[in-house]
Design a protein around this ligand. Structure first.
Ligand code: GLC
Length: 431
């Protein structure tokens, strides 16, 4: 090597060395995290704000991985990195319906220390026990709890002389038929009752509510699946009839109605009743919303002789066992679940917090007067089966319930077929 070439290679070596030193220093100075979260566009905007505030106050850089609204697609988006043990995302939100699978697959970092720091009594014990505790360890923490609700147009009901929302499905039908007939004269697109009927997880939630409110449900016990009961068949036939016989729910119910489609339909003013989760409230009340100031909230109706049932939904925070920044991730978790952050999220999104103390907050109660009255709906909501293979059971139920409400299968045949397919899945896992 000539003296000149030697000098060049020394300079090159020093440049590479200082560049990599600089890089590692800057890494050490600003640790970073990835956070996978989805939801309605308004929720994603709010998450971005929360994350920016966290970064400003801690210097920790957080990259938000934006996920879709549909829970099935969100789960799918997490399966690949977790199955392959990738360090990102470090933190994510999980639907209460899939935590058992993630826990059984050993993908979740225990969060007992985070819970101890936040205070054991700040969360609802029932939810922690039902959804977040596996083999005695806390593997997830509730960010918000969901329960199905009935939204109704106060102005339309009172114009037709009704002082209260319906308490039974039979009443809902009667009121809907009468008001729809009158309103359709001016607005032929009006459909009195909108609910989630597309083939996806939300349909299992609505089916459970109709069935549960007729003393039915999905029973997975000791290796047996019970679905095709007379109570469930009647509930499913009623769901189908709402669309095809009474025509108070539009045909798009079984093709495209998910949370946001339902919310937008009702919000446009083209409906009288809506089944949705609590998040819809703030959006209905937002400036420019055609139904602002006209909406009431009530527990879902039930069949005569049954009682109102809400499916337990909600989203819980998890930290990946493969994260390479677990301490930082826990710091972020404490921030997201702190009183201050939860209060902000609740005030801007109208969620039902996973924290009990938020339900006593004066600002929250004055912004959401229905909050206190409906607390019972969330704390008593009905969970979906908590088995690690729930997603497979759900896929079968979705398929057959959707075929029945589309009018392609008789409700009883659909539930019998679903029962057979579910039994195969159960026996595969429970042996
Ligand atoms: C809501 C609920 C969730 C449920 C989903 C169904 O996001 O919180 O638990 O699975 O809706 O679409």
């Amino acid at each position: 090597m000539t003296a000149h070439a030697g000098r060049i290679s020394r300079i090159l070596f020093l440049t590479v060395l200082s560049a990599s030193l600089l890089l590692s220093c800057s890494r050490a100075k600003s640790p970073s995290l990835t956070f996978a979260v989805g939801g309605a566009p308004s929720e994603l905007d709010q998450w971005t704000k929360v994350v920016e505030e966290f970064s400003r106050s801690t210097g920790i850089d957080v990259k938000v991985i934006r996920q879709p609204t549909d829970t099935g697609q969100r789960r799918q988006g997490l399966l690949i990195p977790l199955k392959s043990g990738k360090p990102d995302p470090d933190v994510f939100l999980m639907d209460v319906a899939w935590i058992s699978q993630f826990a059984a697959s050993n993908w979740l970092e225990p969060l007992d220390d985070v819970l101890a720091d936040l205070g054991k009594n700040v969360f609802f014990r029932r939810i922690l026990d039902l959804a977040d505790t596996y083999d005695g360890k806390i593997l997830a923490l509730p960010v918000y709890v969901d329960g199905g609700l009935l939204y109704y147009r106060k102005d339309l009901l009172s114009r037709f002389g009704y002082r209260h929302p319906p308490e039974t499905w039979e009443e809902l039908l009667e009121v809907s038929l009468r008001i729809q007939k009158a309103v359709r004269k001016k607005n032929p697109d009006f459909s009195a009752f909108v609910w989630q009927g597309a083939q996806y997880e939300g349909l299992v939630c609505t089916f459970l509510e109709f069935a549960g409110s007729n003393n039915g449900g999905i029973d997975l016990k000791k290796g047996r699946v019970v679905l095709a009961t007379p109570e469930n068949v009647r509930a499913l036939a009623f769901m189908r009839d709402l669309i095809h016989r009474y025509r108070i729910s539009p045909p798009s119910t079984f093709t495209e109605m998910k949370e946001e489609e339902v919310r937008l339909f009702f919000q446009s003013g083209a409906s009288l009743f809506e089944r949705n989760w609590p998040y819809a409230w703030s959006l209905h009340e937002s400036p420019g919303s055609p139904v602002r100031g006209k909406v009431g909230i009530a527990p879902l109706p039930h069949f005569k002789g049954g009682k109102s049932v809400s499916t337990l939904g909600g989203w819980h925070l998890g930290i990946s066992r493969f994260s390479d920044a677990k301490d930082t991730a826990k710091k972020f978790a404490r921030y997201l679940l702190s009183y201050e952050t939860q209060k902000k999220l609740v005030l801007s999104l109208g969620w039902n917090s996973g924290r009990k103390d938020i339900y006593e907050d004066r600002d929250v109660l004055s912004a959401f007067p229905h909050y206190a009255a409906l607390r019972k709906v969330f704390t008593g909501a009905l969970p979906r089966p908590t088995v690690p293979y729930y997603s497979q059971i759900s896929a079968v139920v979705q398929k057959f319930v959707n075929a029945a409400i589309a009018g392609e299968m008789d409700p009883e045949d659909a539930l019998r077929e679903a029962e057979k397919e579910c039994a195969k899945i159960v026996s595969r896992y429970e042996g």
